[in-house]
Design a binder for this molecule. Structure first.
Ligand code: SF4
Length: 72
């Protein structure tokens, strides 16, 4: 059974998108972000907007080294 993959705001979460390996900050507004941790039903990468990069999380959170070079 799949977990809940909806992106939800959780103020002060320890599992924020900012420390998740699937997230990267939006280059226009770094308080927002983009998540590439989800696939659509065809297996393609489904980019999702993260409304609050530091206070959002989801059921697919995976801690990872956030290496900005890999996000370029
Ligand atoms: S997988 Fe979830 S916690 Fe990780 S960046 Fe995407 S929305 Fe945020």
């Amino acid at each position: 059974m799949a977990g809940n993959l909806d992106i939800v705001v959780e103020q002060g979460t320890t599992k924020a998108c900012s420390s998740c390996k699937w997230g990267s900050p939006d280059f226009v507004n770094p308080l927002k972000g983009t998540c590439i941790g989800h696939k659509n039903h065809l297996g393609g990468i489904w980019k999702r907007l993260i409304p609050d990069y530091y206070n959002c999380t989801c059921g697919k959170y995976e801690e990872g080294e956030v290496d900005f070079r890999e996000h370029v």
